[in-house]
Write a protein of this length. Structure first.
Length: 286
């Protein structure tokens, strides 16, 4: 479970959740399915980075811990990014537009998934994950208390609000990607703290997941459109015939996702500061 135990001291909960995430990542790394292994490892790395970011500003020790562990798990994720990016483009077509509608394009995207280096990258990731498991046992955050966690959540909320203000007016790809990362942190932090504050924080969980998913789908679809537009020269005749109807379908889907993003942001981030936002009743998803 990616959540803190309300009966345990925060420092102990932090280590328990961290140990569980590394264990799950190592288990995923043993999978024979490279696509699944890559996805799962990167997911657990994101959770680890969000976890240490929550307590980053607590004190000097926490800041040092964050800098080291954040860099460590970002390195693991980067090792697998090439394979994962190819998977994301294929998934964007398959899940959002339907690969049966565009079979030639689907075949092209699928052929890019395994570039031959995945197995070596997974071995390097396994080695780094084992090191990460040893790191967790040495963490010393004995001064951490619940107030530190709540301050971390408020800081995460504020960063997301600022990212939203910058991204939504013009839908800039880079700023929307930053917003996606901030929203994902908020979602992860909400999951961690839900047992401690089930009403004020926990009620945001479902809508944050909806928003994070919409932002992820929006980005993947934008990347798919950009990839196809810049690789026309490698498209087969069949894939080239599919290009215009595919881009039209993508634009329609992007408009739908943008509507969801705007609505959920308005509900979840009405105020600049968490102290004001927490007084707002967040309605349950439709």
């Amino acid at each position: 479970m990616y959540s803190f135990n309300s009966d345990n001291p925060p420092a102990l909960s932090l280590q328990e959740v961290s140990a569980e995430q590394v264990t799950k990542a190592l288990k995923a790394a043993r999978s024979r399915d490279y696509e699944i292994a890559t996805h799962q490892i990167r997911k657990h790395c994101k959770k680890m980075r969000a976890l240490v970011r929550l307590v980053q500003k607590t004190n000097g020790e926490a800041e040092s811990l964050y800098r080291f562990e954040n860099a460590h798990y970002r390195r693991i994720a980067d090792l697998l990014s090439g394979s994962r990016d190819a998977v994301s483009l294929h998934d964007a077509l398959r899940k959002q537009l339907g690969d049966e509608r565009f079979p030639a394009t689907a075949a092209l995207l699928k052929s890019r998934i395994d570039n031959g280096d995945t197995q070596e990258a997974l071995q390097q990731a396994r080695d780094l994950l084992r090191q990460g498991a040893q790191h967790v046992d040495t963490w010393d955050l004995t001064g951490l208390d619940r107030k530190n966690l709540m301050r971390g959540y408020a800081r995460s909320y504020r960063r997301t609000f600022k990212a939203m203000e910058k991204a939504l007016p013009d839908d800039d790809d880079g700023r929307m990607h930053t917003l996606r990362k901030r929203v994902k942190d908020q979602w992860y932090h909400t999951r961690l703290l839900q047992p401690l504050k089930p009403k004020k924080i926990g009620r945001r969980r479902a809508r944050l997941k909806t928003l994070a998913s919409a932002l992820g789908d929006w980005r993947d679809l934008r990347l798919l459109c950009a990839f196809l537009a810049s690789h026309k020269q490698v498209l087969s005749a069949e894939a080239e015939e599919e290009l215009i109807p595919l881009l039209d379908a993508a634009q329609q889907r992007l408009a739908e996702l943008r509507e969801v993003i705007g609505r959920e942001c308005e509900l979840l981030f009405r105020h600049k500061r968490w102290k004001q936002q927490r007084l707002c009743k967040v309605p349950a998803p439709d």
